[in-house]
Write a protein that binds this ligand. Structure first.
Ligand code: GDP
Ligand code: MG
Length: 299
């Protein structure tokens, strides 16, 4: 499907548990806390409910205009270290599925930004896409109850710029949106989600740029190269670790041998002392007997 005047495609990226599926439901205006009724399955556990790519195209009315928004929910990235084979392969299908282009990429982060999250976005931008994707990428700060308060929002942005992962992500996005999508059972959950939705829809609808992903063949080649490079780096780390463990074991063996040698030397010294004392005692006894005998003769 190619982007037309009334069509938008939104890609949601982020770590598992950062609120991608919830955000997808909020964009879609799906107000249900019954998992069976939800368009995208929200999960209370840290286990990813989205193993692959889930998409839904929704008809949305916004300021008296109708839009068709394709919402693309994805597998978690940056959950552990860098995105690995499974994650990259799963996400690579985006390049063939959305050849028409992506109008918005939402990178969801809650709380402190981790190095793994920042690195994961970096790899995705470089390996799957191209740096131009930044022009349509927005950092979405979820779980941010103060999102309607400008001073809280600017304080959060200033805090993000304080450490390396935050700075890295800020250099890869074109803007930041703060939202809060609490569970619907929370007091004011529904109203809070509706306010978040306004901010998200404005961004989606008003986004006029479209990012066209590279050809899938090129992406697959880049994934293979990346996996090869990282495998070599990982092998190097594993080899260094094995060498460190071996050296530590050798040191331990040498230490134990030295301790055993010292113990043997101590026992030998003790034995020598004991023998010396025995000999001295024996000599004393012999001399005593000799003197006694001589004394007997005199009397
Ligand atoms: N309070 C609050 N909870 C959220 C928010 N976004 C998601 N959640 C909760 O966080 C959990 C994980 O959300 P989910 O959308 O499944 O995360 P995903 O793994 O990124 O798809 C769920 O229990 C949601 O109800 C938010 O903005 N505020
Ligand atoms: Mg999910």
């Amino acid at each position: 499907m190619s982007e037309s005047q009334d069509h938008r495609t939104v890609l949601l990226l982020g770590r598992t548990g950062n609120g991608k599926s919830t955000c997808a439901n909020v964009i879609a205006g799906c107000d249900s806390d019954d998992p069976e009724q939800q368009l995208f399955r929200e999960s209370e556990t840290a286990v990813s409910e989205t193993k692959d790519i889930h998409e839904k195209t929704i008809r949305i009315e916004w300021r008296r205009q109708t839009y068709h928004v394709t919402i693309v929910d994805t597998i978690g990235i940056g959950d552990t270290a860098l995105p690995k084979e499974e994650v990259l392969k799963s996400l690579s299908t985006i390049c063939s599925k959305y050849k028409g282009g992506l109008s918005s990429v939402f990178f969801l982060v809650k709380g402190r930004m981790t190095k793994e999250e920042a690195d994961a976005l970096d790899i995705i931008c470089k390996v799957l896409f191209t740096p131009q994707i930044c022009t349509v990428t927005t950092l979405i700060r979820t779980n941010f109850p103060g999102f309607m308060m400008p001073n809280k929002v600017s304080a959060d942005i200033a805090a993000l710029e304080q450490d390396e992962p935050g700075r890295k992500v800020m250099s890869m996005v074109s803007n930041v949106i703060h939202i809060d999508n609490p569970p619907l059972i929370y007091p004011h959950g529904k109203e809070t989600r509706a306010q978040s939705r306004e901010a998200l829809l404005a961004k989606i609808v008003l986004s006029e740029q479209v990012y066209k992903p590279p050809e899938i063949a090129e992406v697959n080649k880049r994934i293979s190269n990346y996996l090869e490079e990282t495998a070599t780096a990982e092998e190097k780390i594993a080899r260094m670790e094995a060498e460190r463990v071996k050296a530590q074991k050798e040191l331990e063996i040498a230490r134990k041998e030295a301790a055993a040698n010292e113990e043997r030397a101590r026992l030998a010294r003790e034995e020598a002392d004991r023998l010396r004392q025995e000999n001295a005692l024996r000599r004393q006894r012999i001399s005593h007997t000799h003197h006694s005998r001589s004394g007997c003769c005199i009397s």
